[in-house]
Ligand binder design. Structure first.
Ligand code: C5P
Length: 316
């Protein structure tokens, strides 16, 4: 095969707790990550030159080395020089549907798709743990994006414990097109404001492990959408919501709609999501939010929880 098309789903954080600062300067996290139906399509194609080329339909997405998908291809070429020499370069086309810099792991899921696609193109036969290991060097969310579904993520967010799949939970996402939140800024500001409450480095792993027996994990194991929605949590809201009043307002508008089980910001934001028991309720609330906030800059999506990460949809 000379070409693969892959679906690269976005994620939301059902839970994000910042436990402390790690010796490597990153934060020790305890999260529950969840794949959602909103996805990009990534096409990877072998080309006869030895170059890596990236195209994207979205004008804001860079196509050079600052794109994580480019860096994923470069990493594969470095790790597997013989395959790179044998199969030649790679052309990557990104059909972007996931909002950019939104707290939805859009860049990370594109990188994960490139790892999976090149593994197939070059017939490397890498295992899921091997792909996750490669992903870890690109970014904290990349390992999760490979297999996706529902998982507890600790460490930098790259230590994964899969949870049983959830199903039948519908989502409305809201994101202001022109609003981007820098993830490094969000973590740095959190550290400046709340670093005093961090646990000492001896207790980091113990606290991260405690999440495994926490209330939201129990709700996920019970597949209890109402209870999951009650236990949604994101520490980064403490710095992002005061700095971005529009995001706070959007969250409040969601919280006041009938049928919303719960609402929360995803990752470092600025996307806000709300959970629903039915698609009909989700679609109705989307319309109500659109009426409540008259602003063309506000993008709203209806999607649902899904049980997978990167998926091959076709090959030629
Ligand atoms: O790993 P990734 O490149 O996605 O992280 C982006 C930024 O988010 C890091 O540079 C860091 O500022 C912050 N971060 C952190 N602790 C984590 C994950 C991310 O401080 N566990």
């Amino acid at each position: 095969m000379r070409s693969y098309s892959l679906i690269a789903p976005a994620k939301i954080n059902l839970y994000l707790e910042i436990i402390g600062v790690r010796p490597d300067g990153y934060h020790e996290l305890a999260m529950i990550l969840q794949s959602i139906g909103l996805a990009d399509q990534i096409d990877v194609h072998s080309i006869s030159t030895d170059s890596i080329r990236v195209h994207c339909n979205h004008p804001q997405v860079p196509t050079d080395k600052s794109n994580l998908a480019y860096r994923a291809a470069e990493l594969m070429a470095m790790q597997f020089p013989e395959a790179f020499a044998q199969y030649g370069g790679v052309e990557i086309s990104i059909n972007k549907q996931i909002p950019v810099a939104a707290g939805l792991a859009g860049g990370s899921t594109n990188a994960a798709a490139v790892l999976v696609g090149i593994d197939l193109l070059w017939k490397l036969g890498l295992t899921q743990p091997e792909l996750e290991e490669l992903g870890r060097t690109l970014g904290s969310d990349v390992p999760f994006c490979v297999a996706g579904g529902t998982a507890i993520a600790t460490g930098r967010g790259d230590q994964l414990s899969p949870l049983p799949s959830l199903d039948n939970i519908y989502i409305v996402l809201g994101k202001y097109r022109s609003l981007e939140v820098s993830t490094p800024w969000a973590y740095k500001t959190y550290r400046q404001q709340f670093g005093d409450s961090y646990r000492d480095s001896n207790n980091l792993a113990a606290r991260a492990n405690a999440v495994h027996s926490g209330a939201i994990v129990k709700a996920v194991l019970d597949k209890d959408a109402g209870e999951i929605a009650q236990k949604l949590h994101n520490d980064l809201e403490r710095v992002v919501l005061p700095a971005y009043p529009q995001v706070l307002q959007l969250r409040e508008v969601f919280a006041n709609q009938e049928g919303v089980l719960g609402t929360m910001m995803s990752g470092s934001g600025p996307t806000v999501f709300a959970l629903f028991e039915s698609q009909q309720q989700a679609e109705l609330v989307l319309l109500q939010v659109r009426e409540a906030i008259i602003d063309e800059d506000l993008e709203l999506f209806v999607t649902r929880i899904i049980t997978h990460g990167i998926k091959v949809v076709s090959s030629v």
